[in-house]
Unconditional design. Structure first.
Length: 259
């Protein structure tokens, strides 16, 4: 299927590794020119170079913290006119409801709600004027089924989800779609971190921790960044123009829901 994306320009935030990189690679495979971002310059440039060599698209890199106003300005200035925006950033730390004070909430809201909102506000006018645009926000399965230890993430990402639900309907008349991708557990550095914590806490091996988590997922495995990226590329495709304001769970069936 030709997704109609060849020659388009995308900004993929937090994309030197993991799910963001999966999205960048899938878009590049469709001929999309990229602006990639992460804080660490070396891993970012290495990822960009691999994509240039493999897919022959233009890739610009901007190393900065996307959750800061300065980082957002730097990325947006370098990017110029965009057809596609994929928002992403690291998630807030886990804890107990009583651990978090106002500053913790402000930091989580800044990273996982206000950053994607600021980026959307910046790129939407141009997309609407040109009559075409695609925005995909990477959120989490916790938006559908909250993870108790991730209270900061639950709060911030649910706020973003509410904003997208309304905004997506306001911008759709101008040919712009906004949708969210909700990852369950994927085989990225984050899964290694989570399994490491369980292994340490319970005195079991990494393999045992992993197998225990696999057992809670109907597919009995973690998702891959490539699978995740393919869903992102589809949501950005011309064929997905009638998909508006949706929240697509990609979790191997782990979240047991009827709808
Ligand atoms: P990952 O493998 O740890 O990769 C994170 C990427 O984001 C790296 O390229 C990192 O590079 C970059 N990054 C992190 N914070 C950034 C910032 N402030 N500014 C710019 N770049 C930043 O993580 P992931 O597994 O892909 O997860 C991506 C998002 O999905 C996270 O919000 C995570 O909470 C959420 N999520 C993941 C899973 C999962 O199973 N993987 C499940 C549910 C939700 P630098 O460190 O160099 O900046």
């Amino acid at each position: 299927m030709d997704m109609g994306l060849s020659g388009k320009r995308a900004l993929v935030c937090a994309s030197s590794k993991g799910l963001g990189l999966g999205c960048a690679r899938s878009l590049a495979a469709e001929g999309v020119h990229l602006v990639m971002n992460a804080r660490g310059q070396d891993a970012l440039e290495a990822a960009a170079e691999t994509i240039r060599a493999e897919f022959g698209v233009e890739v610009m890199t901007v190393a900065c913290d996307i959750t800061t106003a300065e980082g957002q300005s730097a990325v947006l200035e370098a990017a110029g006119a965009l057809d596609i925006l994929v928002t992403n950033a690291g998630g807030p730390p886990p804890g107990l409801w009583s651990d978090w004070d106002r500053d913790d909430f402000i930091a989580a809201l800044d990273a996982n709600m206000l950053t994607p909102i600021a980026l959307m506000k910046a790129v939407l006018p141009g997309m609407m004027e040109r009559g075409w645009g695609r925005i995909v926000n990477i959120t989490s399965q916790s938006v559908r089924a909250p993870i108790p230890a991730l209270g900061l993430s639950n709060a911030a990402r649910t706020g973003l989800t509410g904003y997208v639900a309304g905004t997506a309907r306001q911008v759709a008349p101008q040919g712009v779609t906004i949708n969210n991708l909700l990852p369950g557990i994927h085989a990225t550095d984050r899964a290694v971190q989570l399994d490491g914590r369980v292994a340490d806490a319970e005195g079991i091996t990494m393999q045992e921790a992993r197998e225990r988590r696999y057992a809670s997922i109907p597919t009995r495995r973690y998702g891959t960044a490539d699978e995740f990226g393919a869903a992102c590329a589809f949501l950005c495709s011309v064929q997905a123009g009638f998909i508006v304001g949706q929240n697509l769970l990609i979790d191997g069936g782990a979240t047991s829901l009827t709808m």
